[in-house]
Design a protein around this ligand. Structure first.
Ligand SMILES: C[S@@+](CC[C@H](N)C(=O)[O-])C[C@H]1O[C@@H](n2cnc3c(N)ncnc32)[C@H](O)[C@@H]1O
Length: 224
């Protein structure tokens, strides 16, 4: 049963392979794997050199598709480590003919293997897994180990936009951004009741806000 499921997923991944990069390297040692660069030729992949925005942990790609459609002036790369969910986003992007959106299937910790330093203008962290147990704090996508990666990937003046429904994760993130030398702006403790315009809902956002939870949002930038 499992094998059949996997075979079916492989077929679906193959069908979207023109817009999906699958990180597939043998080296299971993180340090040596990350050292050996395998940069994606972004100009060739998108067919232009528009600024690159990144969504990390894109899930089924609802935000990525809407954001790319409403921002034709940029190229968006949606990153997700789960093959099952990223496939849904890729299929949606293809069905809608969105030509400024591509996907990378990999863990955020490996991004520097595929993307060059200072190649990204904006990063979106939408409803990242909060990993509530303290032993898993290093897996949170706003942990300093990830913030240092984002700093290297971003151009000067680059920004990270975060949204979450989880107050404890938001508090943790505020501290991490501050410790890692980021400044904050446009912080909201209830996004949907704020005067912020142009919000694009994600799958998790729709679910949690319909349950009455406030949505927390911030924008972070390096303050050198
Ligand atoms: C809670 S879901 C949110 C999905 C979507 N952004 C939304 O708002 O609906 C978080 C997603 O992040 C992905 N994820 C968690 N850790 C990741 C990592 N280190 N690298 C890439 N994706 C990750 C998970 O697989 C999951 O699909």
């Amino acid at each position: 049963m499992r094998m059949r499921k996997k075979k079916y997923l492989d077929k679906r991944l193959e069908a979207v392979s023109d817009i999906l990069y699958i990180s597939d390297f043998e080296d299971r040692n993180f340090n040596t794997a990350i050292e050996k660069k395998d940069y994606i030729d972004l100009e060739n992949w998108f067919g232009n050199d528009k600024p690159i925005h990144l969504e990390i942990g894109c899930g089924k790609g609802r935000f990525a598709c809407e954001y790319a459609k409403s921002h034709p002036e940029i190229n968006l790369i949606a990153v997700e480590k789960s093959g099952n969910v990223i496939t849904v986003g890729c299929e949606m992007a293809k069905a809608e003919g969105i030509n400024n959106l591509r996907f990378i299937k990999c863990g955020a910790e490996y991004l520097e293997k595929f993307l060059k330093e200072k190649s990204v203008e904006k990063i979106f962290l939408n409803f990242s897994c909060p990993f509530p147990k303290s032993g898993y704090a290093t897996h949170r996508l706003t942990h300093p180990r990830f913030l240092e990666i984002y700093k290297r990937l971003m151009v000067e003046g680059g920004e990270i936009h975060q949204k979450t429904d989880n107050m404890h994760f938001f508090e943790f993130s505020l501290e991490c951004f501050s410790k890692s030398g980021f400044a904050l702006k446009n912080v909201s403790l209830d996004l949907h009741k704020s005067d912020f315009e142009g919000n694009i809902m994600t799958e998790y956002e729709a679910k949690f806000s319909s349950m009455g939870f406030p949505i927390y949002r911030l924008e972070a930038y390096v303050n050198d």
